[in-house]
Write a new protein. Structure first.
Length: 251
């Protein structure tokens, strides 16, 4: 078969990337987890933003079994996934100057909160300005991006800067420019992207660190449980009620 062994090669590439960030981003993951824990302990709220496929890792943090109940999605219509038509509209909106300020003006974000901004390239105006303007409002920003893009591409923002330049902390996904992990002589373009896998792993590691840090401080972390285990709905109802003033995805 022409595709024999290619699936195995992808697993090997993905595992190698995960191992690399496990080692090289350990300190950043720890710091990000502590920042999230600090925010929760101080009464702040947590938000996550990503555009296009970068939104997948952000969405994975929200209303998630085993995740922090106070993590909210900062959603921008037309940019959450590829459900908008045409799908290319999302890519175009990422390049619109000033959109981030409008989104933040309409959001519940306030000083003392923390915002995770996910952008693989970190070069488009929307994620750059999302981080820039959020920090100006007193919000702590964790950027999740591939720093390689800042070294090998040019910024599309008028300032010439990238997402990484406007964050309190950066988690570097170490994804190569172009995202795809595999090549074949018989395939005309690189293929098999792994950024979602790696980015989600980095963020789940940071969230796990935050939960453990809160527990170490004597604070029960506001974790959700699966609704498919006995008692899960009752558990979640208690947590959602207790932290209702920090949750924006409920009623």
């Amino acid at each position: 078969m022409g595709g024999s062994g290619v699936g195995e090669r992808f697993f090997e590439a993905a595992v190698a990337l995960l191992e690399r960030v496990r080692v090289e981003e350990a300190g950043a993951v720890e710091a990000a987890g502590e920042l999230l824990a600090d925010t929760v302990a101080a009464g702040g709220r947590l938000f996550a933003f990503g555009a296009g496929h970068s939104s997948l890792a952000a969405q994975d943090l929200v209303y998630r079994a085993g995740g922090l109940a106070v993590m909210n999605l900062l959603a921008v219509p037309g940019l959450v996934g590829v459900d908008v038509r045409p799908a290319t509209l999302g890519s175009a909106l990422e390049r619109v100057d000033g959109l981030a300020r409008v989104v933040l003006d309409a959001s519940p974000l306030r000083a003392g909160d923390a915002l995770i901004v996910v952008s693989l390239s970190g070069r488009n105006p929307l994620p750059v300005e999302m981080a820039l303007h959020a920090r100006a409002r007193g919000v702590k920003v964790i950027g999740v991006t591939s720093v390689a893009y800042a070294q090998e591409t040019t910024s599309r923002h008028s300032s010439g800067t990238f997402l990484k330049d406007h964050c309190d902390l950066v988690l570097d996904s170490r994804i190569p420019v172009g995202d795809a992990t595999l090549t074949l002589d018989t395939v005309p373009a690189p293929f098999a992207p792994a950024s979602t896998i790696v980015t989600s792993a980095l963020l789940q590691a940071a969230t796990a660190t935050a939960a453990a840090s809160l527990a170490a401080r004597g604070i029960e972390p506001p974790l959700l449980r699966s609704g498919n285990v006995d008692g899960g709905h009752e558990w979640n109802a208690r947590v959602l009620e207790e932290y209702g003033d920090r949750i924006f995805y409920g009623n």
